[in-house]
Each structure stands twice: as C-alpha cells, then as structure tokens.
Design a protein around this ligand. Structure first.
Ligand code: PMP
Length: 405
C-alpha cells in the first residue's frame, strides 16, 4: 500500500474529469496575450476566470517598475524579513497600504493565504474564540486550524445567528474575533457588514474583514466593503491580497490597534517564509497608485459586472444573489458542469469550474470573474456562448430548437 493510497478516491475523481487537454484542473495557458486574452490548447481564448479585476497585469507602468526593481535589487530576497532583513520596498509598501486605508499600521505577507494564516492563527489564542462565517475561504479555516482558539461558525451572512453565538459566550473572558469577507469568492455575494458591525459593537468582539475580492472593487475609493458599508471605524483588522485587483502576488493586513508591531515576531507564517521579491513589491506599489489615481477603472468594472450578471440572469441561468465581478452559474450535476466548461473552452472562453464540496450550495459552479479591461464585445461574446451551450445542455430553456452535436 502506498503512502498516497488514502488519496485514491480523490485521484479517481481528478482523472475522471478528463485527459489533460480537457480537464479543468489541468488547464495550461500556452501564452497570455493581454489581461483578458490568452492561448489555451493553441486557441485564442477570452479569459473570464482570472480575478484580474482591474486588468493591471499588463499595465506598462507596473511592468516598468517591476523590471527596474529586478535590475536594482535582484530577483529575490532569499529569506525571511525576520532573519534576513527587510528591503526598503517592503516598508514603503506597508506605509502605502496603511496610508491608503487611513490606518497606523500595515504588514505585508508573501501571499494572501499567508496573511490569513498569520492573522487568524495569531490574533486568537488558547482562551479566545474565532467566530467565522460558515462560507469562509480555505485560508481562513486553515488559519483557524493552525492556531489554538476555539472555532465557532455562524450561518453564512446571518447577523442574528452571529449575535446568538456571541451572546452565549458573554461570560467567557477570552477575546472574540469575528471574521467575514467583503465579497465571497464563489458566489460573489457580500457580508451584511453594517449589521455585523452592530453585533460587534453590542458584544465587544473584534472584527476582521478579508477584502481579498473587494479591494479596488467596492467603496468610493476602492477600500472595499468596509468603506462601502460606512463601517471602517468598526473594523479592527483588514486583510487582503495583491493577487487580484493589484495583479501581482502577496497579502497584507492593516490596523489601528496598539502594539501591532509585535505580530512580526509572533506570526509564524510571516516569520518562517521568504519575503516578497522586489519585482512584486514594485509592481504592487505602482498598481496601488494606479488604483488610487484612476477611479474610472472601478466604474468600468462595475459596468462590466452588471452587463455580465444581468446578461446571464436574464437568460435564466441560476446566478448569485447580487451583481459583482464574480458571476457564478450553478449547474445541477458534475457531468453537465464538466461538459459545459469544455464546450465554453472549445468556443474560446475560459471560466473556472468549481465542484462540490468546494462550493457553498453543493452544486457545481461555472465561475466567471470580470475585469475593467474586458470590452463590452468580449462580454457579449461570453454571454452568447453561455446562452448557446446552456440551451444545448438543457441548463436553460431553449428559445428556439437547437441540434445537440
Ligand atoms: N481570501 C480570500 C477570500 C480568497 O478568495 C483568497 C484567494 N482566492 C485568499 C484569501 C488568498 O489569496 P491569495 O491567492 O492571494 O493567496
């Protein structure tokens, strides 16, 4: 028996999704032509599953800054900041992030995943409680597992359930940390943050908001759901990532809490991993500047999101509860979903396929994410393809007879 035998079932499921050129989990981009187009299996393809919300991955300024940083500082830092020291870029980016959010402290991490691992495992200790939305991202659950706090889940986006659970803890002396997301990554819905902030105030808990998918997307200046909901003063910790709106990689946390700096020697996923490379720091800084200086990108993103969301929902597809840059179409069974995904790809459209149990509704999802850089024509092409294939597979009713090929 192999040490990997315990994964036999998983391996079978993975292989059953098809051979390399049609298996959604093995997809390879031969080339990336722009932030919205690439080449997959030799075919030019519209990219509609990249989280590249502002389309900044090919921004000339970001590329220039990145190249200049490689020339000045080299390709990597080759170590952790605690052991090997920080580069000036790390500090500059932390200052820029803190300033953007109007907070006193900022810390950057090598990924968004590690930002959550760090904060969740460290902020809440042995006598404390983590109160997590049940649809939380894996990095939040993993952070909870890495730490020692008691973990309590409340019903997704349900402030009353949150309140009930916190009230039961009122005689327990430990700190309570509520964790929610600005935009949930699977269905694109947002936390009811004003109500959650009220529960936080009433119960004396702390509040952490993961703005991974909402920074650069929501709020008058792009600070995310906390800004859009007008409750920034109630949010103790904002966590996010550079891998979506800012088009690079890395994570961050900003806060006003006294004593924040101790986290640099307390968060193990910060201390024991190599720091962000100079090129990444530099392009992130430039992308942040662009995001701040060009609010028009957010307007285009919102328009594009609405065009895709309303286009698909008016065809009869089952989409998430609100228009957002993440638009997911639910399909009844895995087999149809894999076929759907492959037919879209053959038609020149790449979206993500999310399969249960990784989906909140336990139904497979064709998950699209839109960018400010998509043209109305690309979006209309995508909607037309969804319509055609959706009818052929019986996911939506046929408007006119179509032959199944
Ligand atoms: N938080 C949320 C809500 C996410 O969706 C993700 C990634 N999709 C992360 C954190 C992790 O970010 P990263 O991929 O940049 O590590």
């Amino acid at each position: 028996m192999s040490i990997l035998s315990k994964f036999d079932h998983l391996a079978q499921t993975y292989d059953r999704l098809g051979p390399a050129d049609s298996n959604p989990l093995k997809v390879t981009f031969d080339r990336i032509l722009s932030s919205t187009e690439g080449v997959i299996n030799g075919r030019q393809t519209i990219l509609l599953g990249t989280n590249n919300y502002l389309g900044l991955t090919f921004d000339e300024g970001c590329i220039e800054q990145s190249v200049a940083a490689v020339r000045s500082f080299g390709t990597g830092t080759t170590g952790s900041r605690v052991a090997n020291g920080s580069y000036s870029g790390h500090r500059d980016l932390e200052l820029a992030m803190a300033q953007f959010y109007g907070r006193r402290h900022g810390m950057v991490f090598s990924t968004g995943y590690q930002a959550n691992l760090s904060m969740l495992s460290t902020l809440a200790g042995r006598e404390d409680y983590l109160i997590l939305d049940s649809d939380s991202h894996a990095s939040i659950y993993d952070g909870a597992r890495l730490g020692h706090a008691e973990v309590i889940r409340f019903r997704h986006n349900d402030p009353d359930d949150l309140f009930k659970r916190l009230r039961r803890l009122k005689d327990h002396p430990g700190s309570k940390l509520i964790v929610v997301e600005g935009i949930y990554s699977m269905l694109g819905d947002s936390a009811p943050l004003a109500e959650i902030a009220q529960v936080k105030r009433e119960t004396g808990a702390y509040l952490l908001v993961d703005e991974a998918h909402s920074m650069g997307v929501l709020g008058a200046t792009g600070r995310g759901l906390s800004e859009a909901a007008g409750v920034e003063a109630d949010v103790d910790f904002i966590v996010g990532t550079f891998s979506k709106s800012l088009g690079s990689v890395g994570g961050f946390c900003v806060s006003d809490i006294d004593g924040f700096e101790v986290l640099r020697v307390a968060c193990r996923p910060y201390m024991f991993t190599a720091s962000l490379p100079p090129a990444v720091i530099a392009s992130t800084q430039e992308a942040l500047r662009r995001m701040i200086q060009e609010p028009g990108m957010r307007v285009r993103l919102r328009d594009n999101a609405e065009r895709l969301y309303h286009g698909l929902s008016s065809l009869g597809f089952q989409v998430g509860p609100q228009a957002s840059p993440i638009v997911s179409v639910a399909v009844n069974d895995n087999e149809t979903a894999v076929r759907f995904w492959n037919m879209l790809l053959h038609g020149g459209l790449y979206v993500n396929l999310a399969l249960p149990p990784a989906t909140p509704t336990n139904k497979p999802l064709m998950r699209a994410s839109i960018s400010a850089a998509h043209t109305p024509r690309q979006i209309d092409t995508a909607i037309a393809l969804f319509a055609d294939i959706g009818q052929r597979l019986g996911v939506i009713p046929s408007r006119e007879p179509v032959a199944l090929v």
